[in-house]
Design a protein around this ligand. Structure first.
Ligand code: FES
Length: 106
């Protein structure tokens, strides 16, 4: 298992033991006040939007073009910090990664 620290939509930090090989989205969607992930990981909804700090951004693989395009549809898009959590696979290298669930789009 890989420890992740998730700040939920209420600003609470929740530590989870994530399953490697699954995406971050698949590991955090069951938390209350977390991502909705409406499309189930198909990179077509942006409801799995999370924000990473600089250090975390350096530890994850770069965005693909399709992810960037989908993120740009989000009002909370931050070019420096935004990622789709369904597009990042959990690996041992991500131990201790911190991420924040993006605010609702209303
Ligand atoms: S779950 Fe829909 S884009 Fe990630």
């Amino acid at each position: 298992m890989v420890k992740l620290v998730v700040t939920d939509k209420d600003g609470r930090d929740v530590e989870i033991d994530a399953r490697p090989g699954l995406s971050i989205m698949e590991n955090i969607r069951q938390l209350p006040r977390s991502v909705e992930a409406i499309c189930g990981g198909l990179c077509s909804c942006a409801t799995c939007h999370v924000l990473l700090d600089d250090e975390a951004m350096r530890r994850v693989p770069p965005r693909r073009y399709e992810e960037r395009v989908m993120l740009e549809t989000s009002r909370a898009f931050d070019p420096q910090r935004s990622r789709l959590s369904c597009q990042i696979k959990v690996t041992a290298e991500l131990e201790g990664l911190r991420l924040t669930v993006a605010p609702d789009e209303d």
